[in-house]
Design a protein around this ligand. Structure first.
Ligand code: PXG
Length: 460
């Protein structure tokens, strides 16, 4: 008998049960229970449908992850075929399997040549957990075991587990659950908010020099690595000034501090390059990856290592005391392989670089360049951020910018578009398969949401 997997129920019914059983992420659960979450039931291409049948253009690729959009039958077919053949095996006790090997062959064919090895995880948070242990192990192996301190950035985001949130710079996360030792932070390169009278170039250098000061304060002999997102994602889609990354790279090399790029959001074509560090032109020692690796169809992440680190671990490191049950999971690996093949063979990353990326950047500037509410537009490829501002001349931000941006997001939902708000910035990161027409729709609907917000703020 052909019975649907999920019989449709009333939205209130789902909401009641959701409230009875779930603690959602980054939300006041009591308030959410009173309001009731939207119940999403279907996705196809860039579009989502909720349980009421309302359609949304998903301008955020889920949570920055559905590079190929929803409903790709080649990905579901790859998962089904792998499940039939070998649903689970692991990489423990002298075993491996073809799915993970083929994935890694393709992954390293897409990466710059100085990377050679990867440790797979199930998420970005885990990739950064693994990062801390791997980097510290590396320094032990090469005879500098006192090099343990990781430096991150205030307002950086590296995940929600204990050590990953410690690397991140969200103080409200540190306050809830505590910190781990041997982690330090420097300021974020957010010129619009903190640049004051400095030019972006001066400010970018000044922020980078904080790393040098922090290394000298802690002692270079004690610092293991510096971790940062090439552009800050969850913190507000903030692009650093051009002067920032070259200076950071110089400092890391000068003091022999490993440069660890968190590519969880920036990787897999988001900027039009395969990896965001290539867009900014620097060469990290490690890359944390997740999200777009599988287009979010199954959980998978990883820590990519440069040859320098991998060689030390392999040749001199002996037993590497780490292992996850699902590391390199065959079904996730098969989906990741199909996903990367599609991104490459259908020319999707190239299309973002040559066509849809520049197109989105152009229309964002045409539509919002003179908007009374928008002080800055940042982005590259299929990424865009709009900075709300009260007074453009002084870059004075609204006192309640967070509330305004949240309101704008709610207006977006009403208009049928999903955009993200953080502090006073509106963010978009649509699937990489977006057409020009879909990008027009994204920007048009965002414009309506921003105009409605501007009316509330007295700017229109
Ligand atoms: N690093 C970065 C840069 C991330 O953005 C993680 C690590 C953690 O990955 P996992 O797979 O453990 O979630 C992330 C996650 C948002 C938002 O609203 C962003 C993330 C997660 C949830 C919400 O922008 N990024």
């Amino acid at each position: 008998m052909n019975v649907p997997a999920q019989l449709k129920r009333r939205t209130e019914d789902y909401q009641r049960s959701d409230a009875a059983h779930h603690i959602h992420g980054f939300v006041d659960q009591k308030a959410l229970n009173a309001e009731g979450p939207r119940v999403m039931v279907r996705g196809e291409g860039l579009y989502l449908w909720d349980n009421e049948g309302k359609r949304y253009l998903d301008g955020m690729s889920g949570l920055w992850c559905t590079q190929l959009g929803y409903g790709r039958r080649d990905l579901t077919a790859a998962a089904a075929a792998q499940m039939d053949q070998l649903a689970y095996y692991n990489m423990f006790f002298h075993t491996t399997h073809p799915a993970v090997i083929e994935l890694s062959e393709l992954l390293f064919s897409l990466l710059p040549a100085h990377y050679s090895h990867v440790i797979y995880t199930n998420s970005g948070s885990e990739a950064n957990e693994v990062l801390i242990r791997t980097v510290r192990r590396y320094w032990q192996v090469v005879g500098q075991p006192q090099k343990k301190i990781m430096i991150g950035r205030w307002n950086g985001y590296h995940g929600s587990t204990l050590a990953a949130s410690a690397l991140g710079g969200m103080k409200f996360m540190h306050e809830m659950g505590g910190m781990i030792p041997d982690v330090a932070h420097i300021d974020e390169p957010y010129w619009y908010a903190h640049g004051g009278e400095l030019t972006p170039a001066e400010f970018g250098r000044r922020c980078a020099l904080q790393l040098e000061e922090k290394i000298l304060e802690l002692g270079a002999e004690n610092v293991a690595g510096f971790i940062a997102e090439p552009f800050q994602g969850a913190g507000g889609m903030i692009f650093p000034p051009d002067s920032y990354w070259p200076e950071i790279q110089r400092i890391c090399r000068q003091y022999d501090v490993l440069l660890c790029a968190d590519e969880v959001i920036g990787g897999f074509g988001r900027t039009g390059e395969w990896f965001a560090h290539q867009h900014f032109g620097f060469e990290p020692d490690t890359l944390s990856i997740a999200k777009g690796l599988t287009s979010g169809y199954l959980p998978m992440g990883g820590l990519v290592l440069s040859k320098r680190i991998a060689e030390a671990l392999v040749e001199q490191g002996g037993v590497f005391a780490h292992g996850l049950t699902y590391s390199g999971h065959p079904v996730a690996a098969a989906v990741a392989l199909a996903n990367l093949k599609a991104l490459r063979d259908e020319g999707i990353v190239r299309q973002v670089k040559d066509d849809t990326g520049p197109y989105l950047q152009t229309i964002l500037r045409e539509v919002f360049g003179n908007h009374p509410m928008v002080g800055e537009i940042q982005g590259a490829g299929l990424l865009g951020a709009l900075q709300f501002v009260e007074d453009k001349a002084t870059r004075k931000r609204f006192e309640h910018e967070n509330d305004l941006a949240w309101q704008c997001r709610t207006f977006g939902f009403e208009e049928g578009v999903i955009i993200r708000s953080t502090l006073g910035r509106m963010i978009m990161a649509p699937a990489l398969v977006a057409t020009r027409a879909e990008l027009d729709e994204l920007v048009d609907k965002t414009r309506i949401a921003v105009d409605r917000t501007a009316r509330i703020a007295g700017k229109l």
